[in-house]
Design a protein around this ligand. Sequence first.
Ligand SMILES: [Fe+2]
Length: 252
Amino acid sequence: MPCFLAIRCSRWLDASSAHGEGEEVKRSEINDIIRAGDAFIRSFGFLLPPFAYWSPQQMLDRRAEIGGILGARLGWDITDYGQGRYGELGLFLFTLRNGSEEDLRRGSGMCYAEKIMITRRDQVSPLHRHVVKAEDIINRGGGVLALKLMNSDADGKPDQETGVEVATDGVLRRLDPGAILRLHPGESVTLLPGNWHSFWGEEGDVLVGEVSTVNNDLTDNVFAEPIGRFAEIEEDAEPLHLLVSDYPRWFE
Ligand SMILES: [Fe+2]
């Protein structure tokens, strides 16, 4: 099977990384990350939809009826951004719903999306912005969610000079460029296109919600540093569940 994902290393829970730069993550490790992440999500009473637990074969058997899952790229998404240091630079995501870009352009219909994510203590999601997507990032429980925020300059790069204004649960906050916004459980921030942001957990792992306009992870992530969005996997075991990034290969 071709390896087109780019996780080269994974670390989860308190296990220290057994991999060096340039190594692929094993599918068996992805399976373990999914199991541990699912348990963490459930520990808050948050439940995923039924298709989250379908096997790859069940998805293949139901191919005729799951165009909405495949087309919207709903489901599991474990990434280390291709850098091989999942414990330090990575994110666990599950896309719960995702609307239509055509509806968004038209300004009517299913213009929204939702994800549930886990950012571990000190596990960074790298500095990025979106061109189209506006997103509320929500601390749904666990530790403190820390976000580094910056404006875009005239070239679209992180602006080192101007202060950032963001709404936190409707309350306007003004921050120095690159300042850290800390959200405790229950708090959220609204990030608009052009708002540079990176985030990580402090004091513990964090269950993070994302409510946004339509999401396109193939085209709408601009990273400050050269970096990938998806990962590469060594197929040492059968997938427990398919990742979103597995869909093209399994359903082409
Ligand atoms: Fe984002």
